[in-house]
Unconditional design. Sequence first.
Length: 708
Amino acid sequence: MSYAHTLGGTRYTFPDLRLLLARATPERSGDKLAGVAAHSAHERVAAQYALADVPLTAFLNEAVIPYEVDEVTRLIVDTHDAAAFAPIRHLTVGGFRDWLLSPYADTGALARLAPGVTPEMAAAVSKLMRVQDLIAVAQKCRVVTRFRNTLGLAGRLSTRLQPNHPTDDPRGVAASILNGLLYGSGDAVIGINPATDRLDNIVTLLQMMDTLRAQYEIPTQTCVLSHVTTTLMAIKRGAPVDLVFQSIGGTEKTNSGFGVSLALLDEAYQAALALQRGTVGDNVMYFETGQGSSLSANAHAGVDQQTCEARAYAVARHFKPLLVNTVVGFIGPEYLYDGKQIIRAGLEDHFCGKLLGLPMGCDVCYTNHAAADQDDMDTLLTLLAAAGCTYVMGVPGSDDIMLNYQSTSFHDALYARRVLGLRPAPEFEAWLTRMGLDAAPQPESATAPPAQTPAETGLISVERWRELSRFTTARIAVGRTGDSLPTTDQLAFQAAHAVARDAVHSSLDVAQLATDLRAQGFEVISLQSAATDRNVYLNRPDLGRRLSDASRATLAHASAGHSGFDVAFVVADGLSASAVQQHAVPTLARACDALRAAGRRIAPVTIVTQGRVAISDEIGSLLQARLIAILLGERPGLSAPDSMGIYITYAPRPGLTDESRNCISNIRTAGLSDAQAADTLVRMIQRALALQLSGVGLKDEPDGLEPG
């Protein structure tokens, strides 16, 4: 069915719901990249007019991705609750907006309605809403979940304590956990993003957190955010798994790119339920999403990124999760260009998730190659807290030292709670009081020092903090004035931010890198991606994933007559040229010595400027290499402007997605050393070649042991 509207004398026609939804979406860089965005502001408004007149029942009769080819569509259709939908069945999208904003749509009515709303309905109505509309309706939605405490109650704002570490050192992780607990953070979950998906590493972190939680009787839940297949292995090994985590998307192909399916998620859900570790409830799943994930995986099927995001919430809803959060600004400017787009997307995601009956949190965040900063995050945090967001992140000093991005801090949560009169989860709040920690600290008196650290509360000595700080570069015990950073710490943050921003735009000295590689005995070929300059590279990831025509011809000529390579290596600038300039040569030299000693045949090293990870697939295919590894600069963080990552792919060919790769990250002074990275690289390559696979199915296990 086609849709149309005449505006200003021009008639705009939209052939189907999929394109109508895309054209009606507020401006978004990702939709431009996908080629589905409105061509003008005039067309966008015309699409919104047309969308407002669409009956809600149209979304039950016209799928944006066909039922026959997509299991997420089948889930949406097959689980739709017609009885819950009945009260709004007669409405159009515009009428639905009016009803949602009316007094008739109170908390009880919205809770009853949730099972009858499809993701496409939620996405559609959000496209007609102002920011204040998104806040007003989301604030009325109340979704309560339970495991060891109760989340989502009115007047509450919880936090995920995120104590990440670039090498997963349990001592460094524990130091960050302690710091967060002293600031009243961690009631949603204490959740670690592991630097590696190695099973023994995951189990160690799970055991450490569970011991800490049990020893101090903390009424919260813990989670290591490993891939669901690794978590299943940890459960089989008897590890103390509270929550099963997984990143998910809104199409079957997106989820395949994450290495998951609905059947696999159900297997993990049932395994976690069987453990019966919850004390006040049995919500055992934790999902993360984010606008742009389907586009990044080339799995959007022509659907705009916000509608794809809403469809991911149908997947989450099916498994009754304890937590869902949109990692809103995590991917980069090619999907959400600036602070304005990030703010709008965060509020849309929160609104849609809550309307669909999900316990929505938000990772209020940005990366240093986006046109956003901490002021934008302060704005989004405040708006989300007013909108009834279930939880936000708590990261030491806003600086994630493993993922290299900026999020919300322990201080930020205190600010939001105080300004809006919010409190932690009730069981956790009672624990804080019992432990002598102030969950809602009062303003300092006029005679109090202007800045305090947790050490000055008397709970832990200054000397002990200095000792703990040896194990992590996280911004623990940084000080506090009210609920904010002291001036010296705030300026230090700004200085580190400037360094990270500058690192994004640094240039790779190709001539020097080639000279250094040749000095180690490597044959070198210099190439260029199809991204012609840095600005194009940052905003057109598709061009950074393939070679320029000239470079493709160069490589084809250089590889003519050569075959039988076991391994090929690519060195690319990525988002930090200084990282590969510093770490690539020593890492490759050590790794290749070991590989040659093992009899592996190594292809010439290719150096690529303006390259992204997937460009290695094309290079590996042209070189006819069995396996390829790309070394490139990771996005610069406040503590790591020069961090390198390595991505390994067996049987490389264009069109592969991330489930086919393994990653070694955080190669830098405060992370993995060049030697450690080289040894890990050799071990992973040898295992990949022996097992003839890479990606989700390949785990980095020591001594050749298989997980189980």
